[in-house]
Design a protein around this ligand. Sequence first.
Ligand code: NAD
Length: 328
Amino acid sequence: MEQTVKSLRILVTGGAGFLGSNLIEYLLAQGHEVVGIDNFENVSPQNLDYVADHPRFNFVKHDIQSPLDFVGEIDQIYNLACPASPIQYQKNPVSTLRTCFIGVDNLLNLAQSRGIRILHTSTSEVYGDPHINPQPESYWGNVNPFGPRSCYDEGKRVAEALCYAYREQHGIDIRIARIFNTYGPRMSSSDGRVVSSFIAAALEGKELEITGDGTSTRSFQYVTDCVEGLVALMNSDYNNGPMNIGNDEEFTIQQLAEIVVELVVEMTGKPKVTIVHRPPVVDDPTVRRPQITLARETLRWRPTVQLREGLRKTIQWHIEQGGISRAK
Ligand code: NAD
């Protein structure tokens, strides 16, 4: 994995979020200086408690829908700012689209004016409910442009198109990571994302609710693998187009639920909770698995954390939080 050794000043938007806060921790550990930006739309400021006093960390509360001219000298931009769970991005779908278009436009402008590289975090949701499995980067997707999820799915697609346009028209040095389901410590347990919701419910002794019959599949990537993939992509020479960053092991939602229930019993001695099924969610993809050949070959990166190992770490973190959710 090619990685930078020089100390840089790096801007991370969405820095108070699940992935952003883990990325900031990693970049600081590498010796970089980090400027974090977040509007705290979807998370509480407590997510940054662990780095708040770090001498190489600065934070600015700001919405990327407004220009970022105030940012001092920087060498790289990671854009992670965007509501990421269906509950969060559907609360204010117009704002979600604005963050994806106007916000990304502001960041690309910043990259252009400074002549620096920007990595934008896209998503597996650009593939929608895919007709092919696994999904390679060359697949154009099957997305509903007029539905409850379209503010996010189409927002992320237009953001990719904007990155492409800036690269072609202005020669901006862009990286696009299409991230697949990622989980781990600091992911809010109340924003409806499946892994943290299951863990929180099992720890609270509540039923695990599966929407649909449980046969839908997902591939779950542990957060450290994702962060290492993002940093490797940022520091690689690859700017030809989007790159999948995910774990290519596929599980059904039913399997995930059963593993979480089993691990929580094993780690806490609490009684086993039951798994129940609710009606399916509109436009929820039935399969989801990344083809990661491009990342493996280009970055010499690969996910290394197995699902059970990552779930243990995540459950342990939830136990240490005393079940307190840090979401808004
Ligand atoms: P998150 O909700 O924990 O973090 C997103 C952060 O962005 C939040 O702290 C939120 O307050 C902030 N934000 C939202 N709109 C903003 C705005 N207009 N200006 C400034 N800050 C804003 O989500 P996450 O899981 O950490 O996701 C980070 C990025 O990665 C997102 O862009 C998301 O789409 C992408 N992604 C995540 C996953 C995943 O599985 N976690 C998968 C695919 C893509």
